[in-house]
Ligand binder design. Structure first.
Ligand code: CP3
Length: 367
């Protein structure tokens, strides 16, 4: 009945745990695959469902989030689902206004300009009530997914969220946010710590609601250098993994694998492999073999086909996938793209990508 779907218990039994086993480096029958932005505008059914609705209104409707999360699974045999939501719900919970302008992307009408603007942020954020709608979406989806595949929860990482809060939207140089790092290091650390506290509670809430894995998106690593990364990103990424894992244990819950995806952070690969996450997600600028060498078997790896390879033919996609799988090997590996799908991509080629991963990996595993 409807009431039982809002309770985070008695979830249907998981039938395909390949993704979870690969995250833990265990034996698998085929390499698991999912795509960042698999619930997105490349699907006609997604565009139809979202038409005329405000983006964050959709995010606040657990029923809508559930439907959009399930859409790609009806088309393709993905081995995991990621809850439909957005990283910018965290700045909203901290008291900032964010709009999604079609064609322009996320916009903050009143971004943070100077350190005194930090006073505009809530000092105590009641995560369980402010982000309750995400938790409800996760619980509902865990029931409706019927144990087909695991459900991934996610968050933006502190530096990426800080940069949005200061830039007020997308940016090429991130110079306004980087100005804070160089000019106001103390205020920057204060903001990053505040974000970290909210993110830890948020991720724990997602696990309590039914998330079976967590991905942390540090999408704006590429505009930092190694020194700034070590000071303003890595310590917070570490802190998040450590605190979330401690709290999961304290709460008597089962551990869930955590994935860190620091886009364009190739310079930090060694550090990332020792930051407390089971899985390191890679963008396409890193060669699979060298990623294996540099992470020394300490973590599972996820990625990293250039999304633009999907503009190619099915035959070519199959060859590119084969080479990628040979590079990563079959152990401790989750196939994905190096970043999200773009709206103009052909769903057929996404299907070809998924099929190529399954087919080639069974061959490599002699199954
Ligand atoms: O399928 C999934 O991956 C799950 C849902 C998801 C969305 N956003 C839905 C979404 C996830 C995991 C995100 C994360 C996210 N959001 C990130 C980190 C990943 C990355 O891309 O590096 C970032 C930086 C954002 C912020 C954001 N939200 C951007 C830059 C945009 C695109 C704006 C545009 O117009 O291109 C969004 C909007 C958004 N979030 C869409 C979707 C499906 C598209 C807008 C729509 O549906 O109307």
């Amino acid at each position: 009945d409807k009431d039982s779907l809002i309770l985070p218990k008695s979830f249907p039994e998981l039938k395909n745990d390949t993704f979870l086993r690969a995250a833990r480096g265990e034996e698998i029958e085929h390499i698991p695959v999912w795509c960042m932005r698999q619930a997105g505008r490349y699907l006609p059914e997604f565009r139809e469902f979202r038409a005329g609705k405000d983006f964050f209104e959709t995010c606040r409707s657990p029923e809508d989030c559930c439907e959009l999360t399930l859409q790609p699974l009806r088309r393709f045999p993905f081995d995991a689902a990621i809850i439909f939501s957005d990283i910018l719900v965290v700045p909203q919970a901290m008291g900032m206004e964010v709009q999604m302008s079609p064609g322009k992307g996320p916009t903050f009408p009143e971004p943070l300009k100077e350190p005194e603007d930090l006073q505009r942020l809530k000092t105590k954020v009641d995560v369980s009530s402010e982000l309750d709608y995400v938790f409800k979406a996760i619980t509902l989806t865990r029931h409706k997914i019927e144990g087909k595949v695991p459900l991934i929860g996610f968050t933006g990482a502190p530096w990426t969220l800080m940069s949005y809060m200061i830039e007020g939207g997308g940016s090429v140089t991130h110079s306004k946010a980087k100005r804070w790092l160089y000019r106001y290091p103390e205020a920057s650390h204060k903001l990053l710590s505040q974000l970290t506290d909210v993110i830890v509670e948020y991720l724990l809430g997602q696990v309590k609601a039914g998330a079976q894995a967590l991905q942390v998106f540090e999408s704006h690593t590429g505009c930092l250098g190694p020194v700034e990364f070590k000071e303003f990103s890595l310590p917070y990424l570490r802190d998040i993994a450590g605190r979330v894992k401690d709290k999961i244990k304290e709460s008597g819950l089962d551990n869930v694998p955590m994935i860190v995806f620091a886009k364009d952070g190739h310079y930090g690969l060694e550090d990332l492999s020792e930051s407390g996450y089971e899985v390191v997600g890679l963008d396409w600028t890193i060669d699979p073999c060298s990623a294996r060498v540099r992470t020394g078997g300490k973590v599972s790896l996820q990625g990293n086909m250039d999304p633009c390879a999907l503009y190619s033919t099915k035959e070519r996609i199959s060859e590119i996938v084969k080479r990628m799988l040979e590079g990563f090997g079959t152990k401790g590996y989750i196939a994905n793209l190096g970043h999200g799908l773009y709206p103009d991509m052909d769903p057929e080629n996404v299907g070809a990508f998924v099929e190529a991963v399954h087919t080639h990996s069974r061959q490599l595993l002699n199954r």
